[in-house]
Design a protein around this ligand. Sequence first.
Ligand code: KIV
Length: 295
Amino acid sequence: MSSKRVTAPQIRSMKGNARIGMLTAYDYPSAKIADAAGADIILVGDSLGMVVLGYPDTLSVTVDDMLHHTRAVARGATRALIVGDMPYLSYHVSVEESVRNAGRFIHAGAQAVKVEGGKPSRIKTIEAILDAEIPVMGHIGLTPQSVNALGGFKLQGKNADDARRLIDEALALEHAGCFSLVLECVPAELGAFITERLTIPTIGIGAGAQCDGQVLVYHDVLGLYDGHTPKFVRKYANLGADMQHALEHFLSDVRDGSFPAETESFHGTSSEELKRLYGSREPEGAIVVEMPKAQ
Ligand code: KIV
């Protein structure tokens, strides 16, 4: 595996050649670990709002929140392509503001941005961001920033009309110039159909096994999030419980006096010498000072 930074064109050319592994990360240590594990793409996802900041959804996340975390991820990941997730309202108001916001992600250390949705007005915005030389990853299906409009976090594209709309959006995003497309929470048959129809790679999350790549949220993979876990998540560890256990162990060692041990302490002037210089505290609190003897 080359240590050189993965690029958006390289991701595009992986279609049909190699499956793409993508993870989210939100800070220096998570980015460093995901990068060392070999992620092709690290998404600084706006899922930050739920798994790191404790909001019930992603809608409260601001551009400033995202940039702060993108900078930390950029310091931690040297190989994976870093994609900054444009948060709610950062690309909805005007095309000009969207391009400016996308550029801020690039200044923060991302090499591409992700934008949710594929309706005609969104395609115009994406074209303008691409025109500013910023690679764009699309995202359709269950787009969490539309949770209120969709009526909840639900499977999308179940009936034929919805499936047709998603296929049209996928084709429009490819035509606009997106280098890849996240498909979230759609039936496996639809995930496979869109994957087969597109020349750009699809990256699935709850979209079946036929997508060109898969993405999961870091905290879900590692068992660090105790909120709702969707059916499509596979937990590879239970680190939240392991971390709590480790912290309980530390606190118990503090309370029973077994931390720190001799090997975890520094040594300098002996306690006898310190007592000789500064005195010792008597049991009732009186200070006894031993004066140096006159020569
Ligand atoms: O914010 C996020 O983590 C995402 C992924 C789930 C694709 O958008």
